[in-house]
Structures are given as structure tokens and as C-alpha cells.
Design a protein. Sequence first.
Length: 276
Amino acid sequence: MNKVSAYIFLFITSALLISSCKISKHAIRKKAIVDSSALVHKQFLLDSMANQAIVDHYKPIWEPRNDFETFNCKTKMRYDGKNEKQTFSASIRIVKDKQIWVHISALDIFNVARVLITPDTLKMLLYTKNEAYILPYSELNNYIPVSLDFKDLQNLLIGNPLENISNTFNATETENTLTLQSVLSAFSQSTTYNKQDSLIKSIGLQSIEENGPSCVVQFFDYNKENYNRFANVKTFNINNKGDNYFIDMQIQKFSFNEKVEMPFTIPKNFILKINP
């Protein structure tokens, strides 16, 4: 993974972990392990005619979603992967369905990267190399483990399941949890809910390619007072071509539905590379 793809990878993995929540009182967690043995009580293999029935049956659990117009947060994250450990700060801003803006810094002082994503375009500044990149959005999927369109990425940022509930093919139920599995064009999604309050416990993504990459996002310590579907802590586990990556994130502050600015100006001394 070259420097350019590494920074894009870092941005995406950090962005996927952002949720609208205040900082957790807990310390950074150790790497979480998903215990699939707990999901064996009931299993329904669904044919195409049964899909809609299972979707309708569990609608009260999966239907609640976070809605917003704008989102803004500051966070700290710890990155551990492939012989590298880093601690970064990130500012994330979203205008729903239009723009995602991220600024990454080290030690809250040194600029590392700035990214502006729209449904069509990815723009990036690499301050450490004085380079600027302008790429079509489709190029983003060359640098991340699973293929995500703009709304997929936005949903994961806000803690929503992806927009594919109608493609559910499998449901696994325990006394306290429900896991729905569904398929998108390039990967399958497995979303586990707490049945009592409909909160998402984890979202797993698996490439449809043989031995393809996968990632699991886990949600902890929900804030049930103000924004009752947002987790205070997220962990992100990725396996890509045998390499493992882990990110743990804590939110420092956040706001919803307030005016946000997304400054992005290419400095004169930067080298511009368009779709390199």
C-alpha cells in the first residue's frame, strides 16, 4: 500500500467509525472478537418468496434509523495495523447526501491530510508531501477493502445499516439479538441488532470475492438520552489480503443540524495530480 492509498485507507477506516455521540468515559478498548457461536438458536434460510415476509416481520427492529441534515464532530483514534501504530485526531463534517469532509492531524498540531468527498469526486490534500489529488469517486474503491457508494459510506458514518434490507436472505435469532444478512453488488452485509431497543451491535461486511477482504464495525456504550441510536465508542476490525487492521475511536464533541463549513483550497506550492 503506497502513501497515497494509505492516507485514503486511513481516512475511510476512521470515517466508518464516526458516530454522533459524546466521548466515552471508558479507556480505549482492546481488539474485540465477535463470537459467532452465540448466533445459533434459530436460523431461517429464506427463498426469494420468503424474503419480504422476514423483512416485514422484523421491521420494528431494523426500521429505526438516524436522520440528520448536517453532522460535525471531533474525535481521537488509535490505529494499529501492519507493523504500524498511530494516534490521530480527526474532524468530520457531513452535509447529507452531498459532501463528506475530513481533516486529519497528528498531535493536534501537524496537518496530515484533508479530504472532501462528493457522490462523484474525491479530493485530497497530503500536507506531508505537498500533493493534491482529484479523483473520480469510483477510484475510492481501489483503496479500501470493500466497495462502498457514497450513501453506503454516509450510512456507516452515521451508524445506519446500508440500504439493502429488501435483499435479506438469512435471519439468525437469539433471545436478545437478531442478525440479518443481505447482499449488495460487491459484498454481503451482516447487521446484528439488540431486539429490546433496536440498537445496532455490529455491522459486518464481506467481499463476495473468494478470500476477499472483510471488516466488522462494533458499537458500544450508546447514548440513550439525547441521540438514542448513536454509540459512544466504535471499533473497526479489517482483514485485507491477510493483513489485519484495527481502529478504536472516541468522540470528543459533536453536533447535529448546525451550519458546517467545508474549506478545501489547494495551496499554490502543492503539486496537483488529477486521476493519477
